[in-house]
Ligand binder design. Structure first.
Ligand SMILES: Nc1ncnc2c1ncn2[C@@H]1O[C@H](COP(=O)(O)OP(=O)(O)OP(=O)(O)O)[C@@H](O)[C@H]1O
Ligand SMILES: [Mg+2]
Length: 249
């Protein structure tokens, strides 16, 4: 069986008296595209924050690349974070820097490469996401889809083993969104990077997801796990069925 790069065991997250989810257990395997899905407010972004160690879970354990991320500090934590990449919902590029300079940022922060080598690496990542001709453009001069691509290039700057994407297709038209799905699929195949993608876009989930988990606000936890295409055909859970068949509950 393929190696697990993330293991979550009995994870719970509470804010005060509000339990967002509990008893969440799953594995992410190396090289797969793993999707975290569910309706608004079910805790997708919260789970993503736990997975990248932005905050510790209220209960349970999360191991990322064999390390319990919530327990790491200092250099050990920096070493682990260097092996993962994150793209937040907005793409979060710096507006005053061109695309090449934006992608060079993490390379500057984490390596001692000379300037021209950094530019070479950053340029190759932009090429990988189809922006090889746009390296000198500012974020304000490119489309929303291009911002997402540049955000992915920056998240990949240090060749992460796991790439986390929060709602990559949010705010994109269906055609641009489908193009982004194609990009994620080809990056996963060509680079072997593991992807963890948070989304509630049904088309995307079915197009790119090898496996998924579905969180639910009312259940305060996971209500499904597996291949999204099979869940769509086979799940008997009313909320899971409603989601995959776009029906009202
Ligand atoms: N820092 C926080 N403090 C208190 N409550 C929080 C905090 N972060 C998230 N929550 C609560 O956790 C719940 C889940 O929020 P989260 O942002 O994870 O949902 P989501 O599934 O990502 O939703 P969306 O699809 O709208 O992005 C919400 O009820 C939210 O109010
Ligand atoms: Mg969210």
């Amino acid at each position: 069986m393929t190696e697990a790069v993330i293991r979550a065991e009995d994870v719970a997250m509470r804010f005060g008296t509000n339990t967002v989810f509990q008893d969440v257990s799953f594995e992410v395997r190396r090289g797969e595209i793993f999707v975290i899905l569910g309706g608004s407010g079910c805790g997708k972004s919260t789970l993503l924050k736990l997975l990248i160690g932005l905050m510790p879970p209220s209960a349970g354990r999360i191991a990322v690349l064999e390390e319990e991320i919530a327990r790491l500090a200092g250099q050990a934590r920096r070493d682990l974070l260097r092996r993962i990449g994150v793209m937040w919902q907005s793409g979060a590029l710096l507006g005053s820097l061109n695309l090449l300079e934006n992608v060079m940022l993490p390379i500057e922060a984490h390596t001692a490469l000379p300037d021209d080598a950094r530019a070479l690496v950053a340029g190759s990542k932009l090429g990988l996401v189809g922006l090889g001709d746009a390296t000198t453009r500012l974020p304000a001069e490119i489309s929303g889809g291009m911002v997402k691509r540049a955000g992915i290039a920056r998240a990949m700057a240090l060749d992460p083993e796991i790439l986390f994407l929060d709602e990559p297709s949010a705010g994109l038209d269906p055609i641009t969104s489908a193009g982004l799905d194609e990009l994620i699929l080809s990056l996963a195949r060509e680079t072997g990077t593991t992807f963890v993608v948070v989304t509630h876009e049904l088309q995307s989930i079915l197009a790119i997801g090898d496996r998924c988990i579905m969180l639910d606000k009312e259940a305060r936890g996971m209500i499904a796990e597996g291949d999204p295409k099979r869940l769509k055909e086979e799940s008997t859970h009313p909320t899971v069925r409603a989601f995959f068949h776009r029906e009202a509950l």
